[in-house]
Ligand binder design. Structure first.
Ligand SMILES: [Zn+2]
Length: 224
């Protein structure tokens, strides 16, 4: 798709997504340090263009800070070096029901406006002989969240990753998230949130799907 200005408005508002991720082949030719240096210059340019006094005590460190935050934190999931390992274990205890990891924190960034997406992911799988460390599920969500993202694509990427790692089709993911580009600008609807879901294998069966969704709804505030 071409990206002229006419299209940019359209793409931005419609949040068109696919599981294709628009990363160039040369994305990692530069080191993190080289990237931070370049981004620092760009952020400085934006602040100066907006008319800010970049020498002021309060913002003189902002370009460097933002560059480091982009490369090392909120967009670190772009780099395959930060991908969680696909290590799995034999299902020795023969647990045959679904495993659900719910209320996984999602901190992502909308790739159309570079504003935060904040929410929860719920992931489930049914073992076909392999199991994965539970905290790995949180790490996988975090990896795909920490990049400029579209929620629909992120949901599908989480499922695809787990299908490969666990060698099963029986994986599902539901994400419920607030997009600050919707909540704080444009239509300014702070109450709305966006739900996306990907159901694969046995989770396409309405009864299995219903079981998964009922676990998500169980009260998890054990200590209140
Ligand atoms: Zn947006």
């Amino acid at each position: 798709m071409s990206c002229d200005n006419k299209n940019i408005e359209e793409i931005g508002e419609n949040h068109i997504g696919s599981d294709h991720y628009p990363l160039r082949d040369d994305a990692f030719k530069l080191s993190d340090e080289e990237k931070m240096k370049i981004i620092e210059g760009h952020v400085k340019g934006i602040l100066e263009t907006l008319g800010l006094d970049i020498k002021d005590d309060s913002i003189c460190g902002t370009p460097k800070r933002v560059a480091k935050m982009y490369v090392k934190e909120i967009f670190k999931g772009l780099n395959p070096e930060n991908m969680p390992s696909m290590n799995t274990f034999e299902n020795k205890y023969k647990y045959g029901e679904m495993l659900v990891e719910k209320n996984i924190r999602v901190f992502s960034t909308c790739e159309h406006h570079l504003l935060p997406i904040i929410g929860m992911a719920h992931v489930a799988y049914i073992s076909k002989g392999r199991v994965i460390g539970i905290s790995k599920l949180n790490r996988i969500v975090d990896y795909f969240a920490r990049r400029p993202q579209v929620q629909e694509r992120m949901t599908m990427q989480i499922v695809e990753f787990l299908k490969k790692a666990l060698k099963t089709e029986d994986v599902a993911c539901v994400v419920d998230a607030k997009h600050l580009c919707v909540n704080s600008r444009g239509i300014k609807d702070e109450n709305s949130s966006t739900v996306t879901a990907e159901f694969s294998g046995k989770f396409k069966d309405p009864a299995v799907r219903k079981e998964f969704l009922s676990y998500i709804q169980m009260n998890t505030n054990f200590f209140e």
